[in-house]
Design a protein around this ligand. Structure first.
Ligand code: MN
Length: 233
């Protein structure tokens, strides 16, 4: 093989009520941003600086749909999250200017190989293989902030096969969206197109093949995912 591979398509995210597409750039995620979820994961939810991890761009699954059960896990967990899409980059963004950098919002699911994450935590190893695997970042249709508002409050929920699993409120985030953007912008120069998954409320749990996941945030397009036999091809 001496030829370079042909170019690949960049993820483009559908918008709600429009045929335009949003060019996704990087995928950042906040850990333990709701106190009740921090407690269920065995952490102290006292206000400590937020921490971040990343998923590869092509982990995104625009509009959800069929998601293959991934390889190498027996504990695939759902985490419903509010996703922020940036329209304007920057670094050292002040909290009171952070919302000026937001293009819009979507519902996301931070799929997690919880067994691999537990092993990684116990051995002090990175989270990439437990968080950043293929198809680990389903994302619903994006709404512009002009339509959905700043998403500072509202219900966030996950049902599996119609049964309630996670319910929470956006206003219960330990670090609200402007704080998350401001803090992340002290670590990375943020860019237009960057996405930030902002953490999940309590009630995470395992899903299996055939399950239908419905993730909702009040005011945004719902995201529905069906877990089908894997792996991703
Ligand atoms: Mn998460």
């Amino acid at each position: 093989m001496t030829q370079v591979p042909s170019d690949w398509p960049r993820p483009a995210l559908p918008l709600r009520g429009s045929s335009a597409l949003f060019p996704a750039r990087r995928v950042f995620c906040v850990g333990r941003n709701y106190a009740d979820h921090a407690r269920e994961m065995g952490s102290d939810p006292e206000r400590e600086p937020p921490f971040f991890f990343s998923k590869p761009q092509d982990a995104l699954v625009p509009l959800g749909g069929d998601v293959p059960y991934p390889m190498a896990t027996e504990a695939l967990h759902h985490e419903v999250e509010l996703v922020v899409a940036l329209g304007l980059g920057g670094h050292h963004i002040p909290v009171d200017r952070a919302m000026d950098h937001v293009w819009g919002f979507a519902v996301g699911i931070d799929l997690t190989r919880r067994d691999l994450q537990t092993q990684a935590k116990n051995s002090g190893r990175p989270w990439d293989m437990s968080k950043g695997f293929d198809a680990s970042a389903p994302i619903g249709a994006l709404s512009p902030i002009a339509e959905c508002g700043p998403m500072a409050e509202g219900a966030i929920s996950m049902t599996v096969n119609g049964e309630s699993r996670q319910t929470g409120r956006l206003e219960d985030m330990i670090w609200p969206v402007p704080d998350v953007i401001a803090f992340l912008s002290t670590l990375m120069v943020l860019q237009p197109g960057d996405l930030i998954y902002t953490g999940t409320p309590a009630g995470v749990g395992a899903v299996v093949e055939g399950d239908e996941l419905r993730a909702e945030v009040e005011g945004l397009a719902p995201l529905v995912v069906t877990i089908v036999p894997g792996p991703v091809l």
